[in-house]
Design a protein around this ligand. Sequence first.
Ligand code: CS2
Length: 487
Amino acid sequence: MTRLSRQTLGQLPKDVGRPNYDPARVTVGIVHLGIGAFHRAHQAAFTDAVLAQDPSWGICGVSLRSPETRDALTPQDGLYTLKVQDGDGEELQVIGSVVELLCAPEDPEAVLRRMADPATRIVSLTITEKGYCHNPATGTLDENHPDIVHDLENPGRPRSAIGFIVEALARRKSAGTAPFTLLTCDNLPSNGHVLKRVVTRFAELRDPALAALVRNVASPSTMVDRIVPATTDSDRSAIAAALGVEDAWPVMTEPFRQWVIEDDFPVGRPAWENAGALFADDVAVFEMMKLRLLNGSHSTLAYLGYLAGAETVADAMALPGMEALVEGLMREEVSPTLPPLPGFDLAAYRAELLQRFRNPALRHRTWQIAMDGSQKLPQRLLGTIRDRLKAGAGYDRLALGVAAWMRYARGVDEAGRPIDVRDPHAARIAELTQGMGAPEGIVAAFLTMTDVFGTDLSESALFRLTLINALTRLFEKGSAATLRDYT
Ligand code: CS2
């Protein structure tokens, strides 16, 4: 079958959206580290919508690990299909904003050259929580992280995003080129500050003069939101049937999308506001709301849902009691911890989240969201619990989410079958809890992970007791029956 490409764009059915500019005229202005599905459904789509105004903001997409995305998209001139779907229907749009693809481990020099090029004015990132090589409880650089150790020893051949950013800034400095703006799009609270903190610390360890420059690089915070399940082979077949040409890596998503960005771009930016992005002075409140309500619920749905046998988020939402649990978690336990957002209808936002989780067209696997819990839980559930503890308020549903993670992360499901746990601390968790059966011991073992829980939660007797109660319920009844208590 013919492949999607600039040449075959003209053959697509009329109702498939396509670039309203000439993709061949687009040049690189943004280097994006972590060219996964999320970036392609979110920032790349916002950029695609404004390229007609200024084609100098094309994206060079970099994979920091595997060549798969580059190999899929390069023969397609970077073009790919975005399928936007919910229970009411679907729309297809070919996106043309990614004009170059690089695989960092194969050729780090090519990546550094692109990043150091004066035409590159933004370096954006979706490298997931663990890509920041930081201590999730404190947000500081983990100086013993193997990639950081490697990059300090080999600054010209980095592996981590941090190493690439600092080396590229060093090269720009020697060439007299102004620094690019850093634009993190990962689900971390005050993500711009976290990124700035880790790159500055890394630069300090390399050279104090470089640190002075890095400290002043613009690193606006952002809140990003769009649900993007991993693409499956059946998605590929459906897209090929609809397009009449083959697309090796289409991306599936929902209609909802949101991007709130601090407006701090000293060397310019695309007019993303014309595509619906919101520029705000302070993004922290939006971020906290989204991380605690959406992502906190998502992780809870993922662990409890997986344990109860639900393959997707929509399946998990259909388990008796689950929707009531998530609704109560958001309204009673999370919402009171959020700073006021004047004029914002929080009840409507929560209702919309429940509807998004129910989206029957998206097959978003609980297993996918369950990945990297040790990196996600601090900002999704534990910060909220910390605030509830301080306020002397209850947090039973949040604790059930954390207990479900503990049950899951040990790697054995309720029927005794192995779980494929993906987490940088999977081996450590298995070792810490090896041979244990009683909830008391398991909770105590997890709470030694102060890099996840912080010393305060690790030492809280009340928190420990609440977790033990939750984990006991999960062990005694199983997840499905525990959920039924909420009906
Ligand atoms: C999800 C997020 O995989 C996960 O952990 O919770 O990717 C979520 O879908 C996005 O943050 C939605 O904006």
